[in-house]
Ligand binder design. Sequence first.
Ligand SMILES: Nc1ncnc2c1ncn2[C@@H]1O[C@H](COP(=O)(O)OP(=O)(O)OP(=O)(O)O)[C@@H](O)[C@H]1O
Ligand SMILES: [Mg+2]
Length: 358
Amino acid sequence: MFKNSVKKQVLAALKSVKLPNGAKFGGASLDEYPGLSEVIITKSAIAFSIEVPKGMESAFEPVQQAAQKIVQEISSDKKIMVSLTSESAPKPNVPNAPQAQNQKQPVKGIKKIIAVASGKGGVGKSTLSVNLALALSKSGKKVGLLDADIYGPSIPKLLNFEGKPAVRNDGIFTPFDAHGLKVMSIGAMVEKDQAVIWRGPMASSALRQLLRESDWGELDILIIDLPPGTGDIQISLVQQVELAGAIIISTPQDLALIDAKRALDMFNKVDVPILGIVENMSYFIAPDTGKRYDIFGHGGAKQTAKELNIPFLGEVPLHMQIREASDIGEPIIISKPDSNEAKPFLEIVNALQKHIKD
Ligand SMILES: Nc1ncnc2c1ncn2[C@@H]1O[C@H](COP(=O)(O)OP(=O)(O)OP(=O)(O)O)[C@@H](O)[C@H]1O
Ligand SMILES: [Mg+2]
């Protein structure tokens, strides 16, 4: 109900945005323009894209700007995301990415950006991202964490915060503060049931705004928790910013490693350094007997790292306390920093720091 009325207000406002002169676009104003996408309303954002005919990109720029301005006026507490897309725009294509690399720009105040990626879902990217960020922060670095998983943002749960981030008057997000980390989650813009419509330019635009329109302050390192695989978010990330590198995480099974190699391949193609591989759920320690079981096999990631001549950063056992700590929003590095379960993450950070120059 509420969303529908906001949508009506947005469309009414877009009536006052005129289309460029001298061409027929199926109507005189933006609300009637066939290239206008669905208007997506979320807790903290309003997003839509305008698809323009080939060669008309610059003619439509004032339309984009006017739409941005007018919608901002009616909804000052939300982030407004208007993206311009063109049929002629080359589809993001990793092998041809050099063209887009020219557009890469540093993010103000952030020294290094490190992505945590995997081929398969559910292998522990978010768990690693959170514990890594916290361990780096404990070692004295200023650290931020960006949850870029459009299909299942999980950082808010792992760090026990909820709600939408504040948007300042100038439209800049204020990140959450969790245990000294500055944290933003794409979940602030994308709601669960809407993930599938955030494709291509919309996903890219959401990522750009989270990166560039958040008040990160000064950070030594920003960790980005990626969705699994090699989709729109990964591609637009490598096109938008220079990464200090990517960490690939995998479980030990062959199948997971095949997918991990695919992710490695993608970063290699776009010249993003691989900082190393982490093996998660590497082995299981029975909580009662302390006996070790290699339930998924063991050592596959280390072997793969050796074959591909990339650093192996360490292995994390499958341990109930790691999951339980995550579930209650108190990551192991915070709740039990001196435990055996926290140790692997600290070792990974030590190994990582050897591969990232200050
Ligand atoms: N070493 C571990 N020991 C025990 N449980 C773990 C471990 N690593 C991850 N888990 C649990 O496995 C589940 C998946 O982990 P996580 O969410 O970090 O994976 P992910 O790769 O980010 O998943 P997705 O692809 O869905 O984003 C979570 O319930 C998490 O608590
Ligand atoms: Mg995740």
